[in-house]
Design a protein around this ligand. Structure first.
Ligand SMILES: [Zn+2]
Length: 97
């Protein structure tokens, strides 16, 4: 017994011991499946397990953008503070410090 095994969970709750096919599952557990083929099928497959999209490309880009924005404003603030320390005139601003 050296052929790799399917390993899918059976209805008994034990791992399937049938020999695996090329995609790692046996003939009863999707070994014959070639996966979604049509564009609709691919889309359905993508949506089937979508939870909240926290790691979706859109949200990753958005968080990246916000981090950059924060970094920029922090740098700007530091620059302003340095200018104030150096005695640069910031009209109507330095008096309140
Ligand atoms: Zn199996």
């Amino acid at each position: 017994m050296n052929a790799s095994r399917c390993g899918a969970m059976t209805r008994k709750g034990t791992p399937c011991k049938a020999p695996a096919m090329a995609n790692g599952r046996c003939r009863m557990h999707g070994g014959k499946s070639t996966g979604p083929r049509t564009p609709e099928g691919l889309e359905r497959s993508r949506k089937a397990n979508f939870k909240h999209g926290f790691y979706s490309v859109e949200l990753l880009e958005e968080r990246k953008f916000i981090r950059q924005l924060l970094r920029n404003s922090r740098e700007t603030l530091e620059q302003v503070e340095k200018n104030v320390e150096a005695g640069a005139v910031v009209s109507g601003f330095s008096e309140r410090l």
